[in-house]
Design a protein around this ligand. Sequence first.
Ligand code: GLN
Length: 528
Amino acid sequence: MGKFIFVTGGVLSSLGKGVTSASIGAILESMGYRITLQKLDPYLNVDPGTMNPYQHGEVYVTEDGAETDLDLGHYERFTNAVMTKDNNVTAGKVYFNVISRERKGDYLGATVQVIPHITEEIKTLIKKIAKDKDLIIVEVGGTVGDIEGLPFLEAIRQLSLELGRENAMFIHVTYVPYIKTAGELKTKPTQHSVKELRAIGIQPDAIICRADRDLPRGIKSKIALFSNVKEEAVISAPDLDYIYDLPNKFKEEGLDRLIAERLGLEERNADLSKWKKIVHILRTAERTVEVAVVGKYIELKDAYKSIMEALTHGGIANRVRVNIRWISSENLDTREILKANAILVPGGFGERGIKGKIEALRIGREEGKPTFGICLGMQLMAVEFARNVLGLEGANSTEFDPATPHPIIDLMEDQKNIDKMGGTMRLGAYPCKLVEGSKAREIYGKDLIHERHRHRYEFNNAYREPFEKAGVLFSGLSPDGRLVEIMELKDHPWYIGCQFHPEFKSKPFDPHPLFRSFIESALKWSSK
Ligand code: GLN
């Protein structure tokens, strides 16, 4: 088993602990270590799949079909680690396992308790992902001091003891606010949060300090003193223009050496040239394309995290800046749509905002503007086409109108018999065959792809023929031909909808082909 790095958070949430953990992973990977990451989430949902994006942000889907925390998206974008259902552990999953075992009689005679039964289960689930890895980064969700986080902190404390000093270290991410009126950075919240951590028996080995600026020497030494760590172990993590610059920043701060020294790793250089290159491209891009993203959760950008990142990656591939215009699908401002160089309609659930999305898609189709429909976005492309091109009045998805005369999007038989909501959608990677001569085939440059899904509804095959006659090409199909995975318009420069979520597979140094091509066509539109 490899060595563990436990990342905890203090003071407040939203400090970017996920990106921090991912960047630590990136550095260690660049030193040639086999790494993986795991997120521990203290809430009681078994997974975030049933949560509203407003509660939780995006639900990230792994190749093996787990609905997970969006931090796993950062892990996959920053590293080559492959995330699975085991890389996200929630309190719900832990309790579910323990209680199921209790019902089976596995603990006959015993009182089942948080310590040791819940903590043992947490430790087992952590150790499960450590196989064949040199270094395992385990991020504990929430903030130190939260009641529900306690069993997790207790579990990692116990585990570090079992593993031995050279095999486990703790990194605490905190916030150092700048108080304008005093003109000062304040260390007190960090002091308190480290104190809280030490009260439960965890002495951090490094403190990563989020702030709106770099920490001066004096502040670092103050934090070092109060937290009982060396001054070099106080790492400055200021706001950066680009999150992909964080691995570079951490190296500058000596985090690679610090970890190596603390865990007794051999001395290796962290080669961050690819991260430098990415940041250089982002920083020096001269042109900008404007992409209208039409969604209903736009107040919370985290709901579209992977989409945002994938668009940025598409920009990196074309050496342009991508500026997202967030458009509310509930009160669609058509002028904003017309101003943008391209339109993207992302996935979603429920009827709210459907009308606006359909209208945006109509504009994209009629104007010949690059238009990308993802999951629900593709389904609505089909609905829009049925209504406005085929003249099928009342055409809809049965998700929004179960009695529609034209169920263009509908449930397949297997989905009709499902009575539980959690984890029962079409989830994870499925193969898709691309049709020769299609745009999709040209963009991917191969015949067979695997993309990740998260939906219940599908294109209704009864309508394939009229669609095809009117200019739609179903350019991606499941290998048995039963499921429509991609649709495109023949007489349009770039009008592509996919039933899957390509955004989950895009990386900064490996931009997804669909996003690369989409931004390329947006660029063409902008220079028209
Ligand atoms: N609500 C649609 C379905 O379940 C689309 C889901 C999505 O966009 N992820 O099929």
